[in-house]
Design a protein around this ligand. Sequence first.
Ligand code: FES
Length: 184
Amino acid sequence: MAEDKKPTEQELSRRKFLTLVGQCAGWGGIAASLGGVGVGTLKYLVPNVLYEPSSIFKIGQPSDYGVGVDTRLMKERQVWVVRNERGIYVLVGICRHLGCTPNWFPDQQRFRCPCHGSIYDMQGNVRGGPAPRTLWRSGVSLDAVDGQIVVNFNQRQDPDPKGTAEGLVVEESSREVSPFFLKI
Ligand code: FES
C-alpha cells in the first residue's frame, strides 16, 4: 500500500504561488474588460466634435474703422474691413483662383496673392493674374442693440465680372447694396 506522502514546505509555497498567479490573471482580465467598456463609454459621452469659430460675428462699431482697408481681423477672421466715402463693406480674404490668402499692399492699393500672382484692387476687382472672379464680400448688418457691425462670413456676394482692359470688373454701385454694404 502506497504511503500518503505529505507535501513538503517547498511544494506548498509553489502551489500557493501558482494559485496566486492564476487569480491575478483572472482579475487582470476582468479589469482590462471593464477598462475597455469605460473608455468606450467616455468616448460616447464626449463626442469627437471639432469646435470652429462661428461664421456670424461682431467686429465693433463703425467708428472703429477709418477710410481704407483695415487688416486687423485678417488673421483671426479672414476678412478685410473696407470703408469708402459712402460706407463699409467686408472682403473675404480668400483668393478666387485656388484659395490662397492674398496680402494687402497699402502703397500699391492692391491685394496680391503669393501663390500664382493674382492681383485685386480695393473693391475686390481682378487686376491681374489667373483669378477668374472678384473677391467675395460678406454679409454685413448693424446689431439693433449695441450698434456693432455683424459679419455673416458665409453669406457671399459673388457677381459676374465684366472683362475689361483693366481686368475683371464689377460696377461698384451694383455691389454697394444690402446686405453687403452698410451706408454710413
Ligand atoms: S491661389 Fe491666388 S493666384 Fe492662385
